[in-house]
Design a protein around this ligand. Structure first.
Ligand SMILES: Cc1ncc(COP(=O)(O)O)c(C=O)c1O
Length: 385
């Protein structure tokens, strides 16, 4: 069937494909350990669920303004601004069902056909998809392992030019767990100013950081807030992936454009979900810290275990909940290795190239799973290698 050029290139997300195959194997009686899916394995925090349930019970089941309830936008402006050391006005906050619409819609509002968009590779697959749907030209920049998976700044300098409209950053990163160091952010910021580009800073994992590190937002650098779209949300921080709640922070005029796109596509984010989100950010935050400490224990265990496997070399990720080992030493390509590990060891994980061509030679393992399962998965992989 002939489809439009703007949708012709769309491909499924690797995680959903592997999950479907793993589910098939499970249905046939196999015991599968799931390290493919990118969501915290903790239940949504009790106080948050209760707020959502109470909201449904008390009739909070209506349309809200497209960009979200004023009380939630105010709370996000205060919380997100304080955490980043910047001032955010509620009119600059756009609430959406998950962070994804706030990746897609600002891109649709800013990128004309032919405009170039720089984005990380390996990187979250939605970046390439949204650029293609907008008719933009995708310009992937390699992330360098030797640089803790920050941008290859030489490649960046060679590729940025007058046609670059938008630069996408993701720190901490899916799939690498890398954090972009302040010096690199400063360099990227000065180039963005020089060429007059927008920056989209995907900060979905900003609260999931280890060893006392912080992921600085490029919007906190002088002069950058006016050209930056911060994308963040509740999915990872509060273990709320299925509630669908995220937000974007951007200059007012752009927020008003995105509001129109939401009006005519999504309408609004679920009313009761927004009440759950309000409780998540205004309620106690200790559960987030407990979850992050648990992720850190698992990170240490999985990285040690992976470095013990023949042909694997794994850096210690600084954030998010993914390990991204270099597996070139096995002599087996990423896709074949991931398939063999699923078929023979019953461990579902993703080939690095499902995040772009520069992910070839790597695997992505989500450690949002119990320590017991992580140890079991490592033993099983070791046995087949
Ligand atoms: C880097 C990154 N950005 C954005 C998202 C979107 O998350 P959500 O739409 O659930 O907020 C994800 C989800 O996996 C992600 O990994």
């Amino acid at each position: 069937m002939p489809f439009t050029a703007r949708t012709r290139h769309l491909a499924p997300e690797g995680a959903y494909q592997v999950l479907a195959r793993a589910n098939q194997l499970e249905a046939a009686g196999r015991d599968i350990i799931h390290l493919e899916v990118g969501q915290p394995d903790f239940p949504t925090f009790e106080n948050v669920s209760r707020a959502g349930i109470e909201a449904i019970r008390s009739g909070k089941t209506r349309y809200t303004p497209p960009s979200g309830m004023p009380s939630l936008r105010e709370a996000i402006a205060e919380d997100a601004g304080r955490r980043r050391g910047i001032e955010i006005h509620p009119d600059e906050v756009v609430v959406s069902p998950g962070g994804k619409p706030n990746l897609f819609f600002p891109t649709l509002a800013l990128v004309e056909p032919g405009d170039e968009v720089i984005y990380p590779n390996p990187g979250f697959p939605t970046y390439e998809a949204m650029v293609q749907v907008a008719g933009g030209v995708p310009v992937p920049i390699p992330l360098l392992e030797e640089n803790q998976f920050s941008f290859d700044l030489d490649a960046f300098d060679a590729l940025i030019n007058e046609r670059t409209r938008l630069i996408v950053l993701n720190s901490p990163s899916n799939p690498t767990g890398g954090i972009i160091p302040p010096a690199d952010l400063e360099h990227i910021a000065s180039q963005a100013e020089r060429y007059g580009c927008w920056v989209m800073s995907d900060e979905l994992y900003t609260r999931i950081v280890y060893d006392g590190l912080q992921a600085l937002s490029i919007a906190s650098l002088p002069g950058m807030q006016e050209r930056t779209i911060i994308v963040d949300g509740f999915s990872k921080t509060y273990s709320m992936t299925g509630w669908r709640l995220g937000f974007g922070i951007m200059p007012k005029e752009l927020a008003a454009r995105v509001d129109l796109l939401l009006t005519h596509s999504i309408g609004a984010t679920a009313h009761f979900t927004q009440f759950a989100g309000l409780e998540a950010i205004t309620g106690p935050q200790e559960r987030v810290d407990v979850m992050v400490s648990e992720f850190q224990r698992r990170r240490d265990a999985i990285v040690d275990g992976l470095n013990d496997l023949p042909g694997f070399v794994c850096q210690k990720p600084q954030g998010a909940f993914y390990a991204f080992p270099n597996v070139t030493g096995t002599g087996i390509g990423s896709t074949e290795l991931a398939n063999r590990i699923l078929d023979e060891a019953g461990v579902a994980l993703l080939p690095g190239n499902s995040f772009g061509e520069y992910g070839e030679g790597y695997l992505r393992l989500s450690y949002a799973n119990s320590l017991e399962n992580i140890h079991k998965a490592l033993e099983r992989i070791k046995a087949i290698l």
